[in-house]
Design a protein around this ligand. Structure first.
Ligand SMILES: [Zn+2]
Length: 75
Protein backbone atom coordinates (compact mmCIF):
# COMPACT_ATOMS: atom_id res chain seq x y z
CA UNK A 1 0.00 0.00 0.00
CA UNK A 2 2.12 2.87 -1.26
CA UNK A 3 -0.43 5.63 -0.61
CA UNK A 4 -0.87 5.20 3.11
CA UNK A 5 2.28 6.98 4.22
CA UNK A 6 1.20 10.25 2.68
CA UNK A 7 -2.58 10.25 3.03
CA UNK A 8 -3.23 9.15 6.60
CA UNK A 9 -2.98 11.68 9.36
CA UNK A 10 -1.52 14.43 7.26
CA UNK A 11 -3.22 17.78 7.67
CA UNK A 12 -2.91 19.81 4.54
CA UNK A 13 -2.57 23.55 4.83
CA UNK A 14 -3.25 24.07 1.16
CA UNK A 15 -4.94 22.22 -1.65
CA UNK A 16 -4.34 22.25 -5.36
CA UNK A 17 -6.78 23.32 -8.00
CA UNK A 18 -7.45 20.34 -10.30
CA UNK A 19 -7.69 22.65 -13.31
CA UNK A 20 -4.67 24.91 -13.13
CA UNK A 21 -2.73 23.17 -10.30
CA UNK A 22 -2.44 26.38 -8.30
CA UNK A 23 -2.00 26.05 -4.56
CA UNK A 24 -4.88 27.72 -2.75
CA UNK A 25 -5.85 27.92 0.96
CA UNK A 26 -7.95 25.02 2.24
CA UNK A 27 -11.12 27.04 2.72
CA UNK A 28 -11.04 28.54 -0.75
CA UNK A 29 -14.21 27.61 -2.59
CA UNK A 30 -13.39 29.12 -5.95
CA UNK A 31 -9.93 29.06 -7.50
CA UNK A 32 -8.61 32.61 -7.87
CA UNK A 33 -6.72 31.59 -11.00
CA UNK A 34 -9.31 29.86 -13.15
CA UNK A 35 -12.60 30.29 -11.23
CA UNK A 36 -13.10 26.55 -10.89
CA UNK A 37 -15.33 25.59 -7.97
CA UNK A 38 -13.30 23.69 -5.41
CA UNK A 39 -14.48 21.12 -2.89
CA UNK A 40 -12.74 19.53 0.05
CA UNK A 41 -9.12 18.53 -0.07
CA UNK A 42 -8.48 14.96 -1.08
CA UNK A 43 -5.56 12.58 -0.92
CA UNK A 44 -2.35 14.14 -2.17
CA UNK A 45 -3.71 17.62 -1.39
CA UNK A 46 -5.77 17.91 -4.54
CA UNK A 47 -9.09 19.72 -4.24
CA UNK A 48 -12.24 17.91 -5.19
CA UNK A 49 -13.71 19.26 -8.38
CA UNK A 50 -17.22 20.43 -7.63
CA UNK A 51 -19.95 19.71 -10.09
CA UNK A 52 -22.31 22.60 -10.50
CA UNK A 53 -25.54 20.66 -9.96
CA UNK A 54 -27.58 23.85 -9.78
CA UNK A 55 -26.60 24.70 -13.33
CA UNK A 56 -27.46 21.19 -14.51
CA UNK A 57 -30.76 21.36 -12.61
CA UNK A 58 -31.65 24.70 -14.15
CA UNK A 59 -30.89 23.40 -17.60
CA UNK A 60 -32.95 20.27 -16.97
CA UNK A 61 -35.94 22.27 -15.69
CA UNK A 62 -35.76 24.59 -18.69
CA UNK A 63 -35.59 21.62 -21.05
CA UNK A 64 -38.59 19.92 -19.41
CA UNK A 65 -40.56 23.18 -19.43
CA UNK A 66 -39.83 23.59 -23.14
CA UNK A 67 -40.83 19.99 -23.83
CA UNK A 68 -44.10 20.43 -21.93
CA UNK A 69 -44.79 23.70 -23.75
CA UNK A 70 -44.20 22.10 -27.14
CA UNK A 71 -46.37 19.12 -26.17
CA UNK A 72 -49.09 21.46 -24.88
CA UNK A 73 -48.93 23.82 -27.86
CA UNK A 74 -48.89 21.31 -30.70
CA UNK A 75 -51.02 18.42 -29.48
ZN1 LIG B 1 -7.50 26.87 -10.83
Amino acid sequence: MPDDTESKGVIHATKRCPECLNYVPLRTKICPGCKTKLGDVQKHGMAKRKTDWMAYGGFFVAFVALAIYIWWAFL
